[in-house]
Design a protein around this ligand. Sequence first.
Ligand code: SAM
Length: 646
Amino acid sequence: MLLNPVISKLSGKLVVLASASSRRLEILTNAGLRFEVVPSWFKETLDKSLFKTPYEYAVETAKQKALEVAQRMPCKHLKTPDIVIGADTIVTVDGLILEKPTDKQDAYNMLSRLSGKEHSVFTGVAIVLCHDKNGSDTKNPDYKVIDFYEETKVKFAELSEEMLWEYINSGEPMDKAGGYGIQALGGMLVEYVRGDFLNVVGFPLNHFCKQLGLIFNSPSECPAHKIKWEDSRESDESWTLVNNLSKCAANGEVDLQEISNSKDVSQTSMQEQKMIGPDCAKCGRQDVPHSIMDLLDGFKASKVTLFTATKLKVFDVLSCSEGLTLEEVAGQINASVLGTERILDAAVSIGILERVKQQDDTNVYRNTEQASRFLVSDSPQSLHGYILHCNDTVWPLFSHLESAVREGTSQHERNFGKKNEDVFQDEYYSKEVKIRFMNAMHNIATMTGKDVATAFDLSPYKTACDIGGCTGAMAYEFTKAHPGLSVIVFDLPQVIEMRCHFQPKQDNDRVLFVAGDFFKDDLPKADLYILARILHDWSDEKLHILLSKLSKISMPGCGLLVSEIFLDEEKKRPSRALLQALSMTEGKQRSTTEYSDLLKKHGFTPKLIKYTDNLLDAMLFVKEDQNDKRTVLACSSESIETAALD
Ligand code: SAM
């Protein structure tokens, strides 16, 4: 197998796909690659006339996309990735580059140009290898870029006007280069394909694996290899992510000429590069603990830039103007100028605020786009409530982590003097604490609701029940996405009582609220049950009570939608889920297989999985008909195949 040895070399590395394309995600997921998706913000506006060939344009766009993500992640205090993959697919015909159509007319122009002709599909790919240079400046790592392109020839049949418009009206052309998707309806327009089919879908998997092989595998396979330093700063320390690369260079099998001709190449020759072990892939120096220092400072970064600045309403006061001076901010948040300067400058250094020099030489502070969108308390996608919950509840829990680990508990009692960690089950929790918890849930449900609600075709279902549906934020998204669906929000009486704090303006008679305890009371009848962020909170034993009840009232064909953070099968990622587990009492994070096993025991068969690129993913289960012997055989990223056993 070409793939497996390469893929295993990547295990333990943070691999990032700088693309929001679900097609690329699917190709790489199916190949067994474990990666995170961080869509690039690079605007595809390079001047095409500056490129001698179309593929140079695609390669450059891919490179810029990947570099934008590679540079943004450490600046936004995210972990520096090890590898970022960027890709850009274009279609060329008659000397023109066709990207995604802007509207139906544009799609028509593109498709009629392709009709009856052979055209080329180019995908430019960039693999950016990131390296925290000397550990001294983790926000300025060095980058090496390996780029390549793949060309596939595609011939379209003659397309009648009727066919063209039927295809355009299907909506499929709109987000696809050249205005067609070969993997779906667009496949019917194609007479033949010469070359890599997946390249037309959006990612040349075969060529990509060969390139990975060159980077990570045998030196004897190492031909001319295009590696560039993307850092114009002079470097007297060189590095290599690849054990064998220096061997390749010594064998003369790396195109050193090309490297030394490159305008932004390091002055250090390849022969001088250090051999480093795979565990040190991230850094050239083994005597400086870069990653450990990142971890050490991580808590300061979140306490300063998120928790404290949110509590002091820094983002809110900055949202009311084009920029405020230090003294103005200090005045508005009622804090000392010195302390305010420290917190603002720290937030600027982390990239969550901006400091801009005015014409009169004074500095003003402003929210970045991210801060305006996610940190200002009244923005539609605000995480304000969730951040306050993290500061006031989660932070104290993490302060007693030693005892939590020793005792295997969440330390709720030690911190808050309450036995029960569920704020609604303990009458001693104040109203303020309850509202804060609901606010936090509301933020995340608002942020993820649409993606979860639209993850699957739910048109067969008419009534849903959102078990533990809290403020109803998720339920409202389900009714918005599915006009034929009514949703009952089922939650504890104390939660239902306080729902009016959250949905006062929403007048939607398709969302109903029912109070009850899902362990003790009867559950409402529905043909779809939603369990969003419920299962991870409880042990298998406790869930047995809830799932047995659900199983009993569900008719064959009844749906069950689970939305959680799914652990990968090796339980290595996402760390967000594993870190969250430390403040849980009896619950646990689970992989899709574990959720499937759990639900199968109660007669629910896994049907579909959707990785949303948002904070929560989703799985759809269907209640089995006990007389039907069909069973699940295999599971891919988006679909689970079923086959008759007998
Ligand atoms: N599903 C919501 C979401 O995704 O935003 C909220 C998830 S929150 C982690 C868990 C919810 O379960 C809370 O609203 C809580 O009140 C509710 N809950 C906990 N125990 C419950 C019980 N025994 N019966 C009903 N609801 C319960």
